[in-house]
Design a protein around this ligand. Structure first.
Ligand SMILES: C[S@@+](CC[C@H](N)C(=O)[O-])C[C@H]1O[C@@H](n2cnc3c(N)ncnc32)[C@H](O)[C@@H]1O
Length: 335
């Protein structure tokens, strides 16, 4: 078997530290260094040249530039198709100050960034649910925009006919981002169709090799809709998948996804009990402290409180209040 075939079939759960990145210009983005190395490795070492590389959710091109550089350096060429609405929104404005007005079209910035690296890139300005595809096989599908069940159903159904079992790799950027627990639950529901192949330590991405065709019919997708599952099945499927994750940081980051799912499904007491019992290290605690300042707080207040995180007020009040609530609810914390 050729080196690439052996390399891509090997399960890797780590930080891809041995991947040497070429010079790639820095642009504002949402991927971690280990994820950048993984994407470059995927396109340069694991890609067989049997189909297009497709990215859903491109922003200003940070991830696309690493896929693009991988295609350029891997020696097989290949097309990179990037789908995004490419419209500056309030979330973007809250994270990055580029002087763009909310609603501004930033696709030209994306194209200028990625073309510096590789010109085999095509950008498509489109809503996820309106994506169409008729360009033949897709070998690598990197998903960094569909996070909800309906978005995953729509996009995976669109690409299903073009993903070849045994060849296609699907990498989900927010696999371990707890508020995006729908990603893990859809993957868990897909069962044997997807084989866990890569987990990126230091990030939230996991890659799966397609083993059986993805469903395209509404009936199967209804069965995959975890909001219709009994609570026990949600717990069992989530925990079975989570138990396969070896890097501690990724497993810990994913774990609050189950309480969040239970909370949204109405099992609030159980969600709070499970949330309090989780082990948070300092990095995860800081991550949740940052989330407590954002819009998720209102939706999951009981879960934040279960971790001793009250909505921060100002200055000294904030620290005193957090200490007070932590004392009241006493979430376990490990340094
Ligand atoms: C997490 S960001 C992608 C980050 C990017 N991969 C990087 O490396 O920086 C998600 C992107 O998905 C896009 N997006 C989110 N929801 C979308 C939708 N419903 N339709 C089209 N694009 C969407 C956003 O515009 C945003 O650029």
């Amino acid at each position: 078997m050729a080196t690439r075939e052996i390399e891509r079939a090997r399960e890797i759960q780590g930080d891809f530290a041995d991947v040497r990145l070429p010079e790639i210009p820095q642009v504002p983005g949402m991927i971690k260094p280990s994820e950048a190395r993984y994407l470059y490795w995927l396109a340069s070492q694991a890609y067989l040249g049997h189909g297009a590389v497709v990215e859903l959710g491109s922003f200003l091109g940070a991830s696309a530039m690493h896929l693009a550089a991988g295609l350029r350096d891997g020696g097989l060429g290949g097309e990179l198709h990037c789908f995004d609405r490419f419209l500056w929104d309030r979330d973007h404005a809250a994270k990055f100050d580029l002087g763009l007005a909310v609603g501004a079209d930033y696709r030209a910035l994306f194209e200028a960034n990625v073309r510096k690296v590789y010109d085999g890139v095509r950008a498509h300005s489109v809503e996820l649910r309106e994506i169409t595809w008729s360009r033949g096989p897709v070998e690598l599908l990197f998903l960094d925009a569909p996070k909800k069940f309906t978005e995953l159903e729509a996009t995976l159904t669109t690409f299903a006919p073009y993903l070849e079992p045994g060849e296609a790799i699907l990498a989900f950027q927010d696999f371990a981002h707890a508020p995006s627990y729908a990603v893990a639950l859809v993957i868990a529901g897909l069962g044997e169709r997807l084989e866990l192949t890569h987990v990126v330590a230091g990030g939230s991405t996991a890659g799966f090799t397609l083993r059986e065709p993805l469903p395209r019919d509404a009936r199967t997708w209804r069965e995959l809709d975890f909001s219709r599952w009994p609570r026990e099945r949600v717990i069992e499927r989530f925990e079975t998948l989570a138990a396969r994750i070896r890097p501690d940081d990724v497993r810990r980051k994913l774990a609050p996804g189950l309480p969040m799912a239970l909370w949204d499904l109405g099992a609030k007491d159980e969600a709070v009990a499970r949330m309090s019992a989780l082990e948070f290290d300092d990095a995860l605690q800081r991550h949740w402290e940052r989330m407590a300042k954002g819009p998720l707080y209102a939706r999951y207040e009981g879960l934040f409180l279960a971790r001793g995180l009250a909505r921060p007020t100002t200055g000294r009040d904030k620290n005193a209040l957090t200490r007070f609530v932590r004392g009241l609810f006493g979430g376990k914390r490990r340094g």
